[in-house]
Design a binder for this molecule. Structure first.
Ligand SMILES: Nc1nc2c(c(=O)[nH]1)N[C@H]1C(S)=C(S)[C@@H](COP(=O)(O)OP(=O)(O)OC[C@H]3O[C@@H](n4cnc5c(=O)[nH]c(N)nc54)[C@H](O)[C@@H]3O)O[C@H]1N2
Ligand SMILES: Nc1nc2c(c(=O)[nH]1)N[C@H]1C(S)=C(S)[C@@H](COP(=O)(O)OP(=O)(O)OC[C@H]3O[C@@H](n4cnc5c(=O)[nH]c(N)nc54)[C@H](O)[C@@H]3O)O[C@H]1N2
Ligand code: SF4
Ligand SMILES: [Mo]
Length: 753
C-alpha cells in the first residue's frame, strides 16, 4: 500500500476492488500528475495497473497528460525490461545473475582497471533520466566522488550546457530565467517545439494549452525555427531561419534596440553591469548584415525588435535548437540580454526565476551574491575541450577511450544513459565501447550502449520509485511541490535505484561488496543536514525515514517555504506555492552581486560571430551543401521508449524531411531511400517531402537505430530507424561549452542506388 492511495469501491464491471494512486510523470520535463488505477492480480500476487490518466486535481497539470504518460504501465510490464542483474560470462554473452554475483563482478572489473591504470582510467556517463529520478539526483554524485576521476561526461553537453553556462556567468548558480507564459503578451520562441517536447528548461504541464490561452488573450507567439513545427503552425508568425544563426538574429535585434534608443532595463537597472561592453561587442551585427546568413530579411528583424520592445510584457525563450549549435552559448546569452534590455527580466509576464521548495542553490547562502561560475578549469586530454560544471564534453568521450596514453579511459560506468544513440560520431563511440576493459551500466534495457556492458545493474521501473522533481522545479513556470510515493512495491531482492548507486559508490571507493548502502545515505543526508537547526534534525530523525525521503524532508524543512515531507504526503495532488514572483537581487549568485551582462568568456567568442557573417557559408561546402537538424515527436522520448508498441505503431517517424525543391532536384520522392553523409558517417533513411522545412536544410530525429546485434528490444527492433548521431561530427562544438553541434551539420544527400 502506498501513502497516496485511497481504496475505492469495486466498480460494477470489475470483480475485484480497485484503488487509485497518484504520482508525477517522470518521462519528460512537464511533470504532469497521473491518476493510476490498480487492481489485485488474478493470481493473487500483488497488483497490476488497470489505467493511467491525467490527475484532474493535480495543482499544476489539472488533468493534462500526453500519450507517453499512460505508458508507464507498458514500461513496467515490458518483458524486455531488465529485472535481474546481467553479467557477461565466459561465452561473451550476458546472463542473469544474483545481485551478489553482479556486485562481485563490478568489484573485480573496477579494481582490475584501477590497479592496472589508476582511477583516471575510469569514466562515467550520466544520462537524461537521471535528472527525472530522485534516487540518482541524490546518489549519482557519490558514485562520481568515489570513482575519483576527471573523466565525467553527461547528456548535458549534448543539451543545455550552453544555457547553464550563460546563465551561470550572468546570474550565478543554476539561476535560469523562464518565460512567464501564463502572463506574457509576447513570446519569442527559438529552437523549441513544445507541442512535441512539452517544454524544456521551463517546466510546465500543457505548454500547448498555455500558449493557446495566451493567444486567446490577444498575445503574440513568434516561432523561429528552420522547420514549420507544430508550434510554428500554432504561432502568430513563423520565421524560418538558417540553422545555427539564432545568435546572429538576436544580436541584430539588440542592435536595433541600441540604435533606436529602445533599451529599457526596467526594475533591474541598478543591477546591470556591462551594458556598454555588450553594445560595443555587437556593433556592426545589424539586421542588414545578418540577413543573408539568417535567411530573415532586415525589415522583419527590425520589426521584430520593435515589437518585442513595445509589448507590455514579453519573454524570449530558446531551447535545444539554440543550444546544440555552433553558437550555443552566445545564442543562449543573447536570449537573456534581450530579456534584460527590454525590461522584461524578473518581471511578471517576462522572464522570471522560480523559487523552488528544495534543491536550489539560489535560495541558500547569502542572498544576492555568491561564487558565480568558473569554466574551463581544465581541459580534456586528447583535444583540450573545456571542462564545465565538473564535466568534460561528451564529444570527447570516444577519443578519450580509443586514444592510447596516460589517462586513457579503460572502464566506463553509465548511469541511465545511452550515449551510443545520443552523442556525436556514434559509430566511433560504439567501437570504442566494445574495446573497453570493463563497463557497468545502471539501466533498464539492453540497448545500443548497454549491450557493451560487462554488468547491467537493473533499476526499478518508474512505478516502483519515489519521485520528487529536484531539478525541474528549479525552472518551473509556477512554484509547486509534489512528492510521489511508489505505486508498486519493488521486486523481490531488487534494491531501490538509490541503493544500487550507493552500493556502487562504496565498491568504487574500495569498501567492498559487503558495505552497507546506509553509510552513503548517512553521508548524503549529513552533508545536507549539516546547517539545519538541531530541532529540525531531531524532527527528521524522529520520522525514522531513510534514503531520498529523509533527505528531501530536511531540504523542505530548511527551504524557503517551511514545508515538511508530511505536508506533501498529505497533498497527493501537490501543493501550489503560487505564480512566480520577482526574485532579484536576492537570487543572484555572482561575486559582484550584479547581473553580468557582458561575461568575459562569452564576449571572447563574439568575434567568431562577426567572422561567420563575413564567411557566410555556415559550414556548407560543394560536397556537403545541406545542413542537418533534428526534431522530436510527441510519441517518442529520446532513445528509450521505442519498445512501447502504442508509441511506435503507425507510419515510420524516423524519416529525412526534405524540401520539395530539393527533392525534385535530387530526384527523390516520398518514401525513397536517401543516403545522407557527413564528414564522419552516412545513413540511409526514407524521405519525407515537406514544404515545412527551409530549402537546403534536412531533418532526422535522434534516438533511433535499434537494429544493432545484441540489442534486446523486440518492439523497437521492428521499428528500428537509423541513428542520426552517426552523422554528428565530434569536431563541431560550441567552443565555450564544448557542447555538441547537433543542429547545422553539413551533409550531402543523394538517392540511394
Ligand atoms: N542528434 C541529436 N542527438 C541528441 C539530441 C538531439 O536533439 N539531436 N538531444 C540530446 C538530448 S537533449 C539528450 S537529453 C540526450 C539524451 O541522451 P541519453 O540520456 O544518453 O539517452 P536517453 O535516450 O535518454 O537514454 C536513457 C537511458 O536511460 C535508461 N533508463 C530509462 N529510465 C531509467 C531509469 O529509471 N533508471 C535507469 N538507471 N535507467 C533508465 C534507458 O534505458 C536508456 O539507456 O540525447 C541528446 N542527443
Ligand atoms: N516527446 C518528447 N518530448 C521530449 C523529448 C523527446 O525526445 N520527445 N526530449 C526531452 C528532452 S531531453 C529535451 S532536452 C527537450 C527538448 O525540447 P525542445 O527544445 O522543445 O526540443 P525539440 O522538440 O527538438 O525542438 C527543437 C526545435 O529546434 C529546431 N531547430 C533545429 N535547429 C535550429 C536552429 O539552428 N535554430 C532554431 N531556431 N531552431 C532550430 C528544430 O527544428 C525543432 O523544431 O524535450 C524533452 N521532451
Ligand atoms: S507531457 Fe511529459 S510529463 Fe506530461 S504525461 Fe507526457 S511525458 Fe509525462
Ligand atoms: Mo535533453
Amino acid at each position: 500500500m502506498t501513502l497516496t492511495s485511497t481504496t475505492t469501491p469495486a466498480s460494477t464491471t470489475e470483480s475485484t476492488a480497485t484503488r487509485t494512486a497518484f504520482r508525477t510523470c517522470p518521462l519528460c520535463e512537464a511533470t504532469c500528475g497521473l491518476e493510476i488505477t490498480l487492481r489485485p492480480k488474478t493470481d493473487g500476487r500483488g497488483e497490476e495497473v488497470v489505467r493511467i490518466r491525467g490527475d484532474q486535481a493535480d495543482v499544476f497539470s489539472l488533468g493534462f497528460i500526453c500519450p507517453k504518460g499512460s505508458t508507464l504501465k507498458q514500461l513496467h510490464d515490458d518483458p524486455d525490461r531488465v529485472r535481474r542483474p546481467l553479467v557477461r560470462g565466459a561465452d561473451g554473452q550476458l546472463h542473469e545473475a544474483t545481485w551478489d554475483e553482479a556486485w562481485a563482478a563490478v568489484e573485480r572489473g573496477l579494481t582490475g582497471v584501477v590497479d592496472a591504470h589508476g582511477r583516471g582510467a575510469v569514466a562515467a556517463y550520466l544520462g537524461n533520466p537521471g535528472a527525472h529520478n530522485i534516487g540518482s539526483m541524490l546518489f549519482a554524485r557519490p558514485v562520481l566522488k568515489a570513482l575519483g576521476t576527471h573523466h565525467v561526461y553527461s547528456a548535458s553537453t549534448v543539451d543545455q550546457r550552453p544555457k547553464e553556462i550563460s546563465t551561470g556567468l550572468m546570474f550565478g548558480g543554476f539561476t535560469v530565467p523562464v518565460p512567464d507564459v501564463d502572463r506574457t503578451d509576447f513570446l519569442l520562441l527559438l529552437g523549441a517545439n513544445p507541442w512535441a517536447s512539452n517544454g524544456s528548461l521551463a517546466t510546465a504541464p500543457d505548454w500547448p494549452g498555455r500558449i493557446e490561452r495566451m493567444l486567446e488573450r490577444g498575445g503574440t507567439l513568434v516561432v523561429v525555427d528552420p522547420r514549420r513545427s507544430r508550434t510554428a503552425e500554432a504561432a502568430s508568425q513563423w520565421l524560418p531561419i538558417n540553422p545555427g544563426t539564432d545568435a546572429h538574429l538576436l544580436a541584430a535585434m539588440a542592435n536595433v534596440l541600441f540604435e533606436e534608443g529602445l533599451v529599457d532595463l526596467g526594475s533591474v537597472a541598478d543591477l546591470v553591469a556591462g551594458l556598454d561592453e555588450v553594445r560595443a561587442a555587437l556593433a556592426g551585427l545589424t539586421p542588414e548584415a545578418v540577413a543573408p546568413v539568417t535567411g530573415i530579411d532586415a525589415v522583419t528583424i527590425r520589426c521584430l525588435a520593435r515589437e518585442l520592445a513595445a509589448a507590455p510584457t514579453a519573454a524570449v525563450y530558446g531551447r535545444i535548437g539554440t543550444c546544440t549549435q555552433s553558437f550555443g552559448t552566445v545564442a543562449s546569452w543573447l536570449v537573456d540580454v534581450l530579456n534584460t534590455v527590454t525590461g522584461n527580466l524578473d518581471k511578471p509576464g517576462g522572464a522570471m526565476f522560480a523559487k523552488p521548495a528544495v534543491g536550489s542553490a539560489n535560495t541558500r547562502g547569502t542572498p544576492g551574491s555568491g561564487r558565480g561560475l568558473v569554466i574551463n578549469r581544465r581541459q580534456s586530454r586528447v583535444r583540450g575541450l573545456p571542462e564545465s560544471l565538473g564535466e568534460l564534453p561528451v564529444s570527447a568521450l570516444a577519443e578519450e577511450i580509443d586514444t592510447p596514453g596516460e589517462g586513457q579511459i579503460r572502464a566506463l560506468v553509465t548511469l541511465a544513459g545511452n550515449p551510443v544513440s545520443s552523442t556525436p560520431n556514434s559509430a566511433r563511440l560504439d567501437a570504442a565501447l566494445a574495446d573497453l576493459d570493463f563497463m557497468v551500466s545502471v539501466d533498464i534495457y539492453v540497448n545500443e550502449t548497454t549491450r557493451h556492458a560487462d554488468v547491467i545493474l537493473p533499476a526499478p521501473s518508474a512505478l516502483q520509485k519515489q519521485h520528487y522533481d529536484l531539478a525541474l522545479l528549479q525552472v518551473a513556470l509556477r512554484n509547486v511541490a509534489n512528492w510521489s510515493e511508489p505505486v508498486l512495491p519493488l521486486d523481490p531482492d531488487q534494491p531501490d535505484e538509490w541503493e544500487v548507486l550507493a552500493k556502487l559508490a562504496l565498491i568504487a571507493q574500495g569498501a567492498g561488496t559487503d558495505a552497507d548502502p546506509a553509510i552513503v545515505d548517512d553521508l548524503v543526508y549529513g552533508a545536507l543536514a549539516e546547517h539545519a537547526p538541531d530541532d529540525v534534525r531531531a524532527a527528521v530523525d524522529a520520522t525514522g525515514r531513510r534514503g531520498p525521503a529523509r533527505i528531501v524532508d530536511v531540504m523542505l524543512r530548511t527551504g524557503p517555504y517551511d514545508l515538511t515531507l508530511d505536508d506533501l504526503l498529505d497533498a497527493p495532488h501537490g501543493i501550489d506555492l503560487g505564480a512566480l514572483e520577482p526574485r532579484l537581487p536576492d537570487a543572484l549568485r555572482t561575486p559582484t552581486g550584479k547581473i553580468e551582462l557582458a561575461p568575459e568568456p562569452i564576449l571572447a567568442d563574439v568575434p567568431r560571430l562577426h567572422e561567420s557573417v563575413r564567411d557566410g557559408t555556415l559550414g556548407r561546402t560543394d560536397e556537403r551543401p545541406f545542413l542537418l537538424v533534428g526534431r522530436r515527436h510527441l510519441r517518442s522520448n529520446n532513445s528509450w521508449m521505442h519498445n512501447v508498441e502504442v508509441l511506435v505503431k503507425g507510419k515510420p517517424r524516423c524519416t529525412l524531411q526534405l524540401h520539395p525543391d530539393d527533392a525534385a532536384r535530387l530526384g527523390l520522392a516520398e518514401g525513397d531511400p536517401a543516403v545522407v553523409a557527413s564528414r564522419v558517417g552516412s545513413v540511409t533513411v526514407p524521405v519525407e517531402v515537406t514544404d515545412g522545412i527551409v530549402p537546403g536544410v534536412v531533418s532526422i530525429p535522434h534516438g533511433w537505430g535499434h537494429d544493432a546485434p545484441g540489442v534486446e528490444l523486440r518492439v523497437a527492433r521492428e521499428h528500428a530507424g537509423v541513428n542520426t548521431n552517426i552523422l554528428s561530427d565530434e569536431e563541431l562544438f560550441d567552443p565555450i561549452s564544448g557542447n555538441a553541434v547537433l543542429n547545422g551539420i553539413p551533409v550531402s544527400v543523394a538517392a540511394a542506388s
